[in-house]
Design a protein around this ligand. Structure first.
Ligand SMILES: Cc1cc2nc3c(=O)[nH]c(=O)nc-3n(C[C@H](O)[C@H](O)[C@H](O)COP(=O)(O)O)c2cc1C
Length: 168
């Protein structure tokens, strides 16, 4: 059993979550940026993380998900500026599941991630981004310690599911 934690992160939020997940895993493991991954054969479980971009999955991650081989067990995680639990934050994870039709998705996790005030100012004025960008003002301290603790709990939960003969 070898686990891969792979992620795409532009400004470091998703990377922090990826590292918290990686540190929690107890078995043989590796952590890599998504563009450093080529072959998934040696991994029996793959955590895939990304920031939500334009309500969905960034292109690089989309390409990665589409190439996941038949039956590979995966767990998804994302960071986003919009409110936790909002439709805006959920739909990207839903899209990610659809993009990996051959994978066996064990679960998913998401939390908020800050965006710089300068970028936010521009995005709030764009019709395409205004809805989530207005919510993202209050994401300024995320991911915080609680988010990292939650990501660790998610990693433990996925490890338990993974080792069950029949995941429930
Ligand atoms: C170009 C761009 C588009 C984004 N689109 C969304 C979005 O549609 N919904 C959302 O909730 N957050 C959106 N965000 C916010 C990021 O998902 C959030 O800040 C994330 O934590 C960034 O992660 P990273 O530091 O790993 O790159 C966007 C950020 C950028 C820069």
């Amino acid at each position: 059993m070898k686990t891969l934690v792979t992620y795409f992160s532009l400004t470091g939020n998703t990377q922090k979550i990826a590292e918290a997940i990686y540190e929690t895993l107890e078995h043989d493991k590796e952590i890599k940026k998504i563009d450093e991954c080529s072959d998934l054969d040696e991994y029996t479980l793959v955590f895939v993380g990304f920031p939500v971009h334009s309500h969905s999955v960034p292109f690089k991650v989309e390409a990665f998900l589409k190439n996941i081989p038949q039956g590979k067990k995966i767990a998804l995680f994302s960071t986003h500026g919009s409110l936790t639990g909002s439709q805006l934050s959920r739909e990207a994870l839903e899209n990610a599941v659809v993009l990996a039709p051959k994978a066996k998705v064990l679960g998913s996790f998401s939390c908020r991630g800050k965006i710089s005030p300068e970028d936010l100012e521009v995005l709030i004025r764009s019709p395409e981004h205004a809805a989530w960008a207005e919510m993202a003002v209050s994401a300024r301290n995320h991911p915080d310690q609680n988010d990292l603790d939650d990501a660790r709990a998610f990693a433990r939960w996925i490890s338990i599911l993974y080792s069950q003969p029949k995941p429930f």
